[in-house]
Ligand binder design. Structure first.
Ligand SMILES: [Zn+2]
Length: 204
């Protein structure tokens, strides 16, 4: 940039940080707006994180969200059962209880509601933990089933169908670890998306 000249004398060019900052402000003010953490978002995130960390630590215990998962799971058997394929009908329970929270996460991110998307990821992670408990029971079949002892154990059927009976613990462990990873991603995402520009309430 050519320094401003007055009366034929070149003006001293001053590149102090203040001047540089001021020039950036004028040229591109949006990029210089400072971010700060939204206190109410941090508060909500702290409560939700505590709730889901407790679930992660005691994932085998039945909680309120397991009831929600169960309702969606049973709906999944019905919906995927429409196609008349036995494997799809049995897998449909697990599929829908994963797809439902996943769809909410995608929806929130696509509509710019990233903080809500991160919060919904906690539920997605919890749903994976719920599935891992069922998958882990594929061989022992100790869990009480909704239709009684005579009903099909989804994961016993699926593991047998996939010929993975010897690897039940490995499969259940992978599902469990994925659930834990998603919960940690939700924590990090929630923290990142708790930031908003000053004087801008941002989207939820
Ligand atoms: Zn089922």
């Amino acid at each position: 940039m050519v320094p401003h000249q007055e009366s034929g004398k070149p003006e001293k060019t001053c590149f102090t940080p203040t001047i540089i900052y001021a020039r950036i402000m004028i040229n591109n003010p949006d990029k210089t707006k400072k971010y700060r953490f939204s206190l109410w978002k941090i508060g909500i995130l702290a409560i939700v994180t505590a709730y889901f960390l407790n679930i992660a630590l005691h994932y085998a215990q039945w909680t309120f969200l397991d009831n929600v998962d169960l309702i969606i799971h049973e709906a999944g058997h019905f919906i995927f059962g429409i196609f008349g394929n036995e494997l799809l009908a049995i897998a449909g329970g697990t599929l829908l209880q994963i797809l439902m929270p996943f769809a909410f996460v995608i929806y929130f991110f696509l509509t710019g509601q990233k903080f809500s998307g991160a919060l919904t990821m906690f539920w997605l992670g919890q749903s994976f933990l719920n599935v891992s408990v069922y998958a882990h029971d594929a061989v022992q079949r100790k869990l009480p089933l909704l239709g009684g002892d005579g009903s099909i154990h989804d994961w016993n059927y699926l593991i047998r169908h996939l010929n993975l009976l010897q690897s039940t613990d490995l499969v259940a462990g992978a599902i469990h670890n994925l659930g834990i990873a998603i919960i940690f991603m939700a924590m990090i995402g929630g923290l990142l998306f708790s930031r908003e520009r000053k004087n801008d309430p941002g989207s939820i």
